[in-house]
Design a binder for this molecule. Structure first.
Ligand code: HGY
Ligand code: MN
Ligand code: MN
Length: 413
């Protein structure tokens, strides 16, 4: 196979252009189903068509660009990621995997090369789960992993998923039809920024991902007694904010001190009635913990419930714990890791094995086909923040390795 090279300038231009949709001084706000998300999806569909792909949107809103292969009847090799961002997020999380996939197909088309397998570029709906507090919605639908709670949740402003899906061309009541059979895909590859410090600190351009973390998400409602902030003696209070604060520290301690799981985070808090002269009657916190071991996540849930019960006892408050969802960790097959290493060597780029502390659509798609992931460095390891940055060279390196991986897989699978 003649060595073909991606167009680094074109790739980085498309990343910049996609990055304009939802860009604000406080970072990227391209939340799933938002007007900016819809603009970003339409921009991506335009690039897919320009690259010679047929494009369809499945009932779960996933965008599927497809370029035929030279050998009839072969399953497709797919590449992709997501274009939705977290609130005040960065320009590279998800975007690089999608723009990289489109650039690979564009390069094949420019070089007039038809691979044996059909090639697909995929954009998965609502990977981050910011909308509806349920992540990997599109990739879990494609993998047949939807659960009862996914049937038709309502978002924070009372709009149903059916309505939001219709806004992006999906048809949620027919979500089951988005499920793909295991014989439709030969493999799925996802290029992604590391979102951690390992590659940047070691100066290694390519990460061969060894596995993707498991994750448990919960919401806890702490119910105390609203009262007057000025007249209620300190000894007569059941202050939901104080009890919530104790629980926040206990959740941090689970990972930081007790090492029950790798990381634990309380990312959101809401006080009610949220007035400075009212002792909060209720406080809601959103939390998650992560580990490659599902047993560690189960141990985390046990510790969460123990700590909550103890604080309720001490403070005379109540707590309702809502278990949002457990996402399974996924080890990546050695054969697939070795393929990424070979592709990286083919591109003349140093590489190292690294686990993923972030979750990805790949962990859902791994249940229906072979999967591999490759990372490029995140400067200073920052992600899910406006400072998220990967250099144009790193983005081009990752895309070149993705193209080498695609061509190696086309030969070997
Ligand atoms: O949260 C994550 O791990 C991913 O960025 N959705
Ligand atoms: Mn993310
Ligand atoms: Mn991501």
């Amino acid at each position: 196979m003649p060595r073909i090279r991606i167009d680094a300038a074109r790739l980085n231009r498309s990343l910049d252009e996609l990055g304009r949709f939802g860009e604000t001084p406080e970072g990227m706000q391209r939340i799933a189903f938002s007007p900016a998300d819809i603009q970003g999806r339409e921009y991506t569909i335009g690039l897919m068509r320009q690259a010679g792909m047929e494009v369809r949107i499945d009932p779960a809103g996933n965008i599927i660009g497809r370029r035929p292969g030279s050998e009839p009847g072969l399953p497709a090799i797919a590449m992709g990621s997501h274009t939705d961002t977290v609130p005040s997020g960065g320009k590279y999380d998800g975007a690089l995997g999608v723009m990289g996939a489109v650039e690979c197909v564009q390069t094949l088309t420019d070089s007039n090369i038809a691979l044996r397998h059909p090639v697909e570029a995929l954009v998965f709906t609502n990977e981050e789960g910011t909308s509806f507090h349920r992540w990997l919605i599109g990739s879990r639908a494609m993998a047949g992993l939807l659960e009862a709670e996914d049937r038709d949740p309502v978002d924070d402003v009372g709009v149903t998923l059916t309505t939001r899906m219709a806004d992006i061309g999906g048809d949620w009541p027919r979500a089951a039809e988005a499920t793909r059979r295991t014989d439709e895909l030969a493999a799925y590859f996802e290029l992604h920024i590391e979102q951690g410090p390992t590659l940047h600190q070691s100066g290694t351009p390519i990460g061969v991902v060894t596995g993707i973390t498991g994750r448990a998400t919960f919401e806890v409602e702490i119910i105390g007694t609203a009262n007057h902030a000025g007249t209620t003696p300190m000894t007569h209070r059941h202050d939901a904010m104080v009890s919530a604060s104790k629980l926040v520290l206990a959740i941090n301690k689970m990972a930081a001190d007790l090492e029950i799981c790798r990381v634990s985070t309380v990312g959101s808090i809401e006080a009610h009635p949220n007035a400075v002269n009212v002792i909060p009657g209720t406080v809601k916190i959103g939390l998650e913990f992560r580990d490659l071991s599902m047993d560690a996540l189960a141990a985390g849930e046990k510790e969460l419930r123990r700590a909550a019960a103890q604080i309720c006892q001490e403070d005379g408050v109540r707590m309702e714990i809502y278990r949002h969802r457990f996402t399974n960790s996924v080890p990546i097959e050695n054969e697939m890791q070795d393929l990424v290493e070979a592709a990286s060597n083919q591109a003349g780029l140093a590489n190292m094995r690294v686990p993923s502390g972030a979750g990805h659509d790949a962990q859902a798609i791994a249940t229906i086909t072979k999967m591999a992931m490759l990372f490029v460095p995140s400067t200073d390891g920052i992600s899910h923040a406006p400072q998220e940055y990967s250099t144009p060279e790193d983005c081009a390196n990752g895309t070149q390795v993705l193209l080498e991986l695609l061509m190696l897989a086309d030969d070997r699978l």
